[in-house]
Design a protein around this ligand. Sequence first.
Ligand code: SAM
Ligand code: SF4
Ligand code: SF4
Length: 370
Amino acid sequence: MVRRIIPVHDLRDAVTLPPSGGARVPASGLLQDRLGRPLRDLRISVTDRCNFRCSYCMPKEVFGKDHAYLPQADLLSFEEITRLASLFVAHGVRKIRLTGGEPLLRKNIERLVERLAALRTVDGEPLDLTLTTNGSLLARKARALKDAGLRRVTVSLDGLDDTVFRSMNDVDFPVASVLEGIAAAKDAGLGPIKVNMVVKRGVNEHEIVPMARHFRGTGIVLRFIEYMDVGASNGWRMDEVLPSAEVVQRIAAQYPLAPLSPCAPGETAERWAYEDGAGEIGVISSVTHAFCRDCNRARLSTEGKVYLCLFASRGHDLRALLRGGAPDEDIASAIGQVWQGREDRYSELRASQPADTPGAPRVEMSYIGG
Ligand code: SAM
Ligand code: SF4
Ligand code: SF4
């Protein structure tokens, strides 16, 4: 395999303090950004570390042995995460996804799950609390996560062929162990389980149909993600993107599919049902079919910066407010002001630009989570 050496911009310090002047924005659950989008979904990165080196996310050339991860003291504590999460929830968040890096590497993660599971939405409902994992530690942790109040999990798996998968995770990790993790999650009741497969043309495209065949009829929802130009280290090229429309065509040629309507507004996946009743698949067309119009997601980094777009170059430092002793009302107002000022729609704009238009450097996916 030809390896490209890619310089990485460390944007972890590219940060602003949220605005402190202007009208205060108390948490009312009715927050909207400049394009009228509500805040509903919060993704919390609990670690910037990972035991995999997926070439599209943390390539070894960049995330090598001497890569400087965040020091422990910089990470938000579980108390700090829960406090911020409760303020986001007061602004209207209904769904929280724990991510990373690999979230199951964060010590005692189930203690954080317990705290978050106790939060209630503005309507008094429990949160839709979920977690995205590479599955490597799931067999060990599934039961404890369920007992702590986690509702469901999404597991990333890029193929069933062991050679292909070991090469994509680049740490020689076997498929069988991820499948064990998925089975343990199912046994523990962490469903409906979703499995995410990032498709790279020429790398794992031949795994699309075998993956569909494997998960059909199991109740597990397989979702195909277009390889994205997120971050600055994966050497992304448009010719390595296999459009979702082609994924759907390839599966439908063997197993006829019919379109389904979205479950919820702002849902990233387009859903398709097997016509023979064997369940459904999803496709996430982040490159070929931008869904910014409905984007209702904010991302909280491991060290407490809020990012409003997966392709952002800088975050807003909420940890500085937390550790500076700001009261809840001030932090809630800062979150409100940041969201009200938001007009991100990177993917829509990318679609209207020539492929090689240079943009601002972007923060890494492994740092803010997916
Ligand atoms: N380590 C966990 C995992 O892999 O599930 C959670 C973090 S990972 C950054 C979250 C999701 O982002 C995974 O499903 C992964 O496949 C996806 N992802 C990472 N880099 C990507 C890229 N360049 N394009 C599309 N999806 C990507
Ligand atoms: Fe790790 Fe997930 Fe990124 Fe793969 S996609 S390197 S498992 S954080
Ligand atoms: Fe949301 Fe940014 Fe993705 Fe558009 S590009 S859907 S604004 S995260």
